[in-house]
Design a protein around this ligand. Sequence first.
Ligand SMILES: [Zn+2]
Length: 143
Amino acid sequence: MTVIAQALPGDNISITMDNCTAPFWEAAREHRLEVPKCGACGTFRMPPRPYCPQCQSQEVEWTEISGKGTVYSFALCNRSPFTGEEFHYVPVVMDLDDAPGIRLVSNLVEVEPSAVSIGMRAEVAWNPIRDGWVLPIFRPTAE
Ligand SMILES: [Zn+2]
């Protein structure tokens, strides 16, 4: 039987946000991937934080990116974190093409776990979660 990695059930996922992270979640709800970039020196910040790690500026420009990237690291999981039952999912750390220097922790879906590899190309997809929010996830591309 072929196993395909799935998104975690959105009904089990809720988020918290603050002034620093709200723009990320508001963009995701509209199926856009936005990341914060320093308004002074251009360094990307992820996770979002009030001060630039490079120059300590508080200036920030939210920048929409393509959502294309490369698997930097991953894990293969076969039990639901919510019920403990068999459930196949693949947490990934993604390098993002348009935001060098930062990485996004996410999940990879629509793939056989045994086929996942470091350097695999993927693009953003969207997983609806609680309260009308949307979680960015990734699926492989044929590039
Ligand atoms: Zn800076």
